[in-house]
Design a binder for this molecule. Structure first.
Ligand code: BEZ
Length: 273
């Protein structure tokens, strides 16, 4: 969140806000000067959780959470909001939130590797965010970078193909992630009109334990759902077990722990004045 540097009075958009833990931290920083934060996510359960939490924290006045597929953030393309009751009210509201020049800052954490999964909207996403910013506004984000959790990805593809006979092309089609490289990201940001102030990737090997975030099996259930959909319900547990077996040696370290090769890509880009 340090690249975002939220200030009192800022209007901020949080793309892929999830359960909004960070959104509320941002809200606390901007609220004193009359600022506000809009959190968007494509998960109905995350948006429900965020709205309930806002009521509990009495932050409804400076936060707004909306169910939106963030691959497209263009008011002329949003034809019907997911929660529209048929009267057009929600659609009109979402369109209002996506008007050009609406935000001082845009933020996204650990969501863009899902949002950029479709090649058809991968580039237009950045022109959409560019237009949402006021001139001089900034876009700060962190996401999975090129090579992120490569070991899980490779083991999953191998097990799905070799043990369950799923064609490689079908597995690639089901891939729910896009882990961008630094040069790709710089080029796309600049192509959309941004001035790139920071763009860096960092290897972050992470020990996965049953406590925080869960061990390997639990992480696979949470992160790899789209791949696991390729096998029958009754085969899912067996598939997870095989991948965990394959990764046993690969991810083991001298400390006896299981480590995953997370890679983070973070950037700060500015819409010129
Ligand atoms: C990540 O944060 O690196 C990540 C999260 C979910 C799925 C894949 C990667």
């Amino acid at each position: 969140m340090h690249l975002l540097s939220p200030q009192p009075g800022d209007a901020i958009l949080d793309i892929g806000c999830g359960d909004a833990v960070l959104t509320f931290k941002i809200a606390a920083a901007v609220a004193p000067g009359g600022g506000r934060v809009v959190g968007l996510d494509s998960s109905a359960s995350f948006i429900r959780t965020a709205r309930e939490a806002a009521r509990g924290k009495r932050l409804e006045g400076c936060t707004d959470f909306e169910l939106v597929d963030c691959r497209v953030l263009n008011p002329t393309v949003v034809t019907e909001a997911a929660e529209d009751g048929g009267d057009g009210v929600r659609t009109a509201h979402v369109r209002t939130l996506l008007q050009p020049h609406s935000y001082d800052k845009i933020f996204s954490n650990a969501a863009m590797h899902w949002i950029l999964r479709s090649a058809s909207t991968r580039t237009s996403f950045f022109s959409d965010t560019f237009h949402l910013l006021k001139p001089g506004g900034t876009f700060a984000f962190e996401m999975g970078g090129h090579g992120n959790i490569n070991e899980i990805h490779a083991a999953l593809v191998a097990v799905l193909h070799l043990s369950y006979g799923i064609p490689i092309a079908k597995i690639q089609e089901a891939n729910p992630w896009f882990f961008a490289s630094e040069p790709w990201m710089r080029e796309v940001l600049q192509g959309a009109g941004f001035e790139v102030l920071v763009c860096e990737s960092e290897e972050r090997p992470t020990k996965v334990t049953e406590g925080e975030g869960g061990g390997l099996e639990r992480r696979m259930r949470v992160m790899c759902g789209a791949f696991l959909e390729l096998v029958e319900e009754a085969q899912k547990e067996g598939c997870i077990e095989k991948v965990v077996q394959v990764l046993g040696d690969v991810c083991a370290r001298e400390d006896g722990g299981v480590w995953l090769g997370y890679v983070r890509l973070r950037a700060l880009a500015r819409r010129p004045l």
